[in-house]
Design a protein around this ligand. Structure first.
Ligand SMILES: NC(=O)c1ccc[n+]([C@@H]2O[C@H](COP(=O)([O-])OP(=O)(O)OC[C@H]3O[C@@H](n4cnc5c(N)ncnc54)[C@H](OP(=O)(O)O)[C@@H]3O)[C@@H](O)[C@H]2O)c1
Length: 283
C-alpha cells in the first residue's frame, strides 16, 4: 500500500494492481481517451470495464493511445447478465476480446449472481456460466477469473462445484456498506475483494464535522479519504471519473495513512441512503 504500482497476488499467482480506474458511464470516446490517459500518467494500471457498460470498444481504443504498452495494463471485463449459461458466456468472452482488441483479458468476472429468467435456478446457472470462464481460462483467453456481487451463499455454491476457484469478488464497499460477512469469507477462501462505488457517501461525508476536520488534518479531499479508507481495509478500490483532473486527484492517496482512531470513526458511519444491493433481485 506504499505506491500505486503495488500489486496483490491472486490465488493463481497472477499479480493484480491494488488500485484501479472504473469506467461505468464513460461511453464517450474522448472522455475514455482523456481519463484513461490521465490515469496511466498518474500510475493506474488496472482498468475496469464490463459488457454492461457498453464501452469495451471505447476502452479498447483508449488503452492504445494512453502512452503505455497494453501488456503493462491489467484489464478487467465482466459477462453481462443476459449472457449467462455456458454457450452464451463462452461467446460473450470472445466478444469482449474482440471489442477490447486483446489476445487475452487479465480478469473476467460474472457480473451478477441472480439474473432475469434464471433466478429460480441461480445455483445451476452460475455453475454453467462459471464453466465457460474456466474453459476460457484454461484456453489462455483470460488470465484470472472471478465474480462480482456474490454473497456467501453464491460463493459457497460455486466453490462446491468448480474446477478453478474464483480469484476475485467485486462488491459494493464504502463507509456504511462494509459487507463484513462476505469480506471475511473471501479472506478465508483467498479471494481478493475489489470495492465498487467507493465514493458513494462523498456528499454526506463532506457535511460531517469530524470528516471535515480529517480533510484538514491530512490535507486530503473527502474523495481521497474514502479511497485511502478502502485501501486500508485491503480492498482494491475501483473509482471512476469523467474528469481527468479528478482521476489524478484520486491517485494521490499513497502518501498518508488514516489513523486507527479515524478509521474506527469511519467504520461506524451509517447512511440512510446506502445499503448493500439486494443481489437476489433478478437483474
Ligand atoms: N460490479 C458491479 O456491479 C459494479 C457496480 C458499480 C460500479 N462498478 C465499477 O466500479 C467503478 C466505480 O464505481 P462508480 O463509478 O459507481 O462510483 P465511484 O467511483 O465511487 O464514484 C463515481 C462518482 O464520483 C464522482 N467523483 C469521482 N472522483 C471525484 C472526486 N475526486 N471528487 C468528487 N467527485 C468525484 C464522479 O463524478 P465525475 O465522473 O463527474 O467526476 C462520479 O459521479 C465503476 O466505474 C465500475 O467500473 C462495478
Amino acid at each position: 500500500m506504499e505506491s500505486i504500482c503495488d500489486t496483490v497476488e491472486l490465488n493463481n499467482g497472477v499479480r493484480m494492481p491494488i488500485y484501479g480506474l472504473g469506467t461505468s458511464g464513460n461511453k464517450d470516446q474522448t472522455v475514455c481517451n482523456d481519463t484513461i490517459k490521465a490515469a496511466v500518467e498518474a500510475g493506474y494500471r488496472l482498468i475496469d470495464t464490463a459488457q454492461m457498460y457498453g464501452n469495451e470498444v471505447q476502452v479498447g481504443k483508449a488503452i492504445r493511445q494512453a502512452g503505455i504498452a497494453v501488456e503493462e495494463l491489467f484489464i478487467t471485463s465482466k459477462v453481462d447478465n443476459p449472457n449467462h449459461g455456458y454457450e452464451a458466456a463462452s461467446q460473450a468472452i470472445d466478444e469482449s476480446l474482440e471489442k477490447l482488441g486483446l489476445d487475452a483479458i487479465d480478469l473476467y468476472l460474472i457480473h451478477w449472481p441472480v439474473v432475469k429468467g434464471r433466478g429460480e435456478n441461480w445455483q445451476e446457472d452460475n455453475i454453467e456460466t462459471w464453466r465457460a470462464l474456466e474453459d476460457a481460462y484454461e484456453a489462455g483467453k483470460i488470465r484470472a477469473i472471478g465474480v462480482s456481487n456474490f454473497m456467501v451463499k453464491h460463493l459457497k455454491n460455486l466453490l462446491a462445484n468448480c474446477r478453478i476457484k474464483p480469484m476475485v469478488n467485486q462488491i459494493r464497499l464504502h463507509p456504511g456498506v462494509l459487507q463484513e460477512e462476505t469480506v471475511a469469507f473471501c479472506e478465508k477462501e483467498q479471494i481478493i475483494v475489489e470495492a465498487w462505488s467507493p465514493l458513494s457517501p462523498i456528499k454526506q461525508m463532506s457535511e460531517d464535522e469530524k470528516v471535515k476536520a480529517m480533510t484538514e488534518k491530512y490535507g486530503k479531499s473527502v474523495a481521497q479519504l474514502l479511497l485511502r479508507f478502502s485501501l486500508q481495509h485491503n480492498f482494491v478500490p475501483l473509482t471512476k471519473s469523467a474528469h481527468p483532473e479528478r482521476v489524478t486527484e484520486n491517485a494521490e492517496i499513497f502518501d498518508f495513512e488514516i489513523s486507527k482512531e479515524d478509521m474506527d470513526y469511519l467504520n461506524k458511519l451509517k447512511f440512510d441512503d446506502f445499503e448493500a444491493p439486494d443481489v437476489d433481485i433478478e437483474r
